[in-house]
Each structure stands twice: as structure tokens, then as C-alpha cells.
Design a protein around this ligand. Sequence first.
Ligand SMILES: [Fe+2]
Length: 294
Amino acid sequence: MEIIPVYGKTGIIEMPFATVGIYRLSQNTAVLVDSGDYPRPELLELLAREGLAVRAVFCTHLHPDHISNNPALAERYGAEIFAHEAERGSAKAMFDMLETTRQYPQWIDVRPVYPITWLNSEQEEVAVDGAVFRILQTPGHSFGHIAVVTPDGVCCLGDSMMSVPRVRQAKLPYMEDADQAIESMERIRETQYPFYITAHAGATPLEALQLMVDENVRVELELYDRFLRMMDHPRSEEEAIRDFLVETGTWREDGQVSWFVRHSAETRLVSLIRSGELQWRDGTVCATRQIKRN
Ligand SMILES: [Fe+2]
């Protein structure tokens, strides 16, 4: 594990299933954006080797693959942990699910039960030892998702967007509200930072931002479109979800569909009902205009 320089004092630490942002506040202190996919002693070893104490961790959101080293960092360095207050509910639902389904046993013990400094939607900046980090509200993937801009102007996107190669492969990106996510992506499109760090795939330069937004938005709109085209006859909620999972290639015949995948289908269904393109009728879900399958 190593610190890969990105721009100025900002770098990244790549883990198998996560990218952590790191900003060097001084010779011997740093701030992290997210803390990693699993509890990883190598992270603490790396920081010790570099002589860096972590003063704070900004959590883009409280999904387990972004917060797994928070307890160790808080304990060893007294790091202050920041997250948006709207993450409380999302995180609780997710960790309750992990506990009851036991689908992801490696994450059951990383529940965010330590002290967290909660940010609200009005808060645009947070200073750590005088260095100012900008907070961008990017809800959608989760309700309290934020992007964090380091003092160098490197924008750590968390899961507000995926890199182009990853999103092109994604069958059904996890979303708590895909409409909000698209709005957040369009707001990010208007920014001009030298680099954008995506949580699971390194740094993207400003020149490639428009393509990244285009691709992320396109995938979301196509998923809505596929859901609607599939609805050529009324279905129960259960059938609609199952058929959409089949449509996206995420259904498993053995019934072992993960909670994350199933929830991603449910939230798209909710969005389409909210937008008026689907509706409830006699206990079934149906399209509000005639759909012809092509
Ligand atoms: Fe996430």
C-alpha cells in the first residue's frame, strides 16, 4: 500500500475495493476522505511509515466500504470523523440489513457507532488545522452523500459518480434516489477542479469530466427506459422488481440476489412512480401510457 500523488498535497491510497483520498496538512499530519473497504492494518502501517497522524476523516457517505478504518483511525490518532447528518438513517438501515441478512459478514463490525461530527446541507466548508475543505452536496447514491474538495482543489467524489470504464460495465449501480443522483452529477458537471477522484477507480482529470458525467447520466436514464419498456403489462411489485433484475442481468435463479441489488431495483421503481410514468392500480404496478416492447 502506498500514497500515489495526484495534485499538490493530495494523493490517493488504492485498496482492492476502494480509493481513499489523502491530503497532507503538514510534514506529519493528514486528512483522509473515506477510510477504506475493510479494516486494513496495512493502512495504519503506511501512515506510520510516512510519519503521518490522521487529524480528520471526511466520509463521503457511511457505506461500509468507505468507513471501515474509521474506528482504528479515531482510536490511534483521535481523528475527527465527519459525515452528513442525512447519512444517519441510510447507514442504520444498511447496517441493520447486514446484521439480519448476514450477507456480508466482513462488514457487520464496522457499524458507525463512534462519535461523528455531523454536517448539514448548509455547511459549505470545514477547516481542519486552518486548511479549508469544501463540501459539495451530492445526494442520490445515498441520501447524505457529499463530495469533498481538498485545499488543492481536488474533488473527491466518493460514489457520486463512477469512472467511465466502471460505469460502462455496471449493470445496476446502487442508488437510493437515482433522480437526485442525476441532479448531483449535473451540478458536478458545472465545477472545474483539476482532478476528480472516484471512490473505486483513481483520479480523473478535468478534461475527462464531461465524458464521465455523460456516461453516468446515460446509464441512469437507460435504466429508467429499460424499466419502462419492460412494463408492457401490469405486474405485482415483486414481479416488476424480479423482471427488472432479469432485464439488467442481475437476477439469480437461486434467489440469492443481494440486498444492495434488490434495493437498487426498488428505488428505480419508486422513482418511476413518483415521476408519474408508472402507477399503482388494483394492487399492481402499471405504465401510465401504452408501452410496446421492441
Ligand atoms: Fe456507496
